[in-house]
Design a protein around this ligand. Sequence first.
Ligand SMILES: C[S@@+](CC[C@H](N)C(=O)[O-])C[C@H]1O[C@@H](n2cnc3c(N)ncnc32)[C@H](O)[C@@H]1O
Length: 311
Amino acid sequence: MSSEKCRVDKVFSTTHAPCSSSSVKDHYNSENLTRNIKTALIKAGKSLSNLELKDLAPIDQLHTGGIMTSMELIKKANLSCEAKVLDAGCGIGGSSRLLAGQFKFKVTGIDIADKFIEAANFLTKCTRLEDKLVFRQGSVLDLPFSDNTFDAVLCQHILMNIEDKSTAFKEFYRVLKNDGKLILHEITRGKNDSLLFPVPWAGKASISFLESWDTISTLLEKQGFETRFHFNGTEHACSWWEKVKAVSKKASHTPRPIGPGLVFGNNAKYFGKNMHANFKNNSICLVEAILKKNRAGIHKSYQPSRVLTAI
Ligand SMILES: C[S@@+](CC[C@H](N)C(=O)[O-])C[C@H]1O[C@@H](n2cnc3c(N)ncnc32)[C@H](O)[C@@H]1O
């Protein structure tokens, strides 16, 4: 590994250069993404007109725990079958397809990276789900949807790239219907203030905006969300990344044609090792949470709410 790839940055320093959303976009946008995915799928012997969700799981679930974690969390939210769901920061659409294909929800995915949206549309056609969901390019800081549109917003491994979390939460609150649910699956800041890069959301500290769950939940509750379910998944996440590390080690001898390298390029080789170390060193934590939009609106006199287990 080159010294650049195993560097430790003071990730929580406030001295990094100001970041525009275009540098987040640049981190994810790779030229020829759709073409490269298409070529790799053909090379792996897949039929492009007849793909199953599981065929794409090695590349389209850009979060800790993969498709199984998404399934469990979505089930926990207990949404009605016709629910309208926004997949905020949908990546190349893995969870959007799961929500539409498996759960039959009416899904809209939005992502800031146009190359991701292009790939999301392509893969959705390959899985024959194009009539069931739509993708839009745009930012969660300025959502192109009317107030009270969605029954749920899924926010999965995106807050790490969002510096202005209050505005994102304001937007989620605005587009949710009363009693709508915000489903979070996020990486949060741990106690140790150094981080090994690259990680999936950033090649360097300037586009990584981790916050502790305490800070995030305070912002959410100030906005008018009520926490209905919370789970600290750090231990599970650490074990999951340990497995990814072992798989990546094997893959360095026998490269996998369909793997995260297709989306993240060369950086993907270091994710298993770095993410496992970051969890183990308590630099990062993993949180699953379900919050409800409070009918009463923004809390006038904010009081931290109790965590309830019933959703
Ligand atoms: C680590 S990926 C997770 C993708 C997807 N949620 C998943 O779990 O497979 C983070 C995603 O957030 C998107 N993103 C970052 N900032 C965003 C913003 N301001 N608005 C919309 N999407 C954003 C990125 O382009 C990227 O696709």
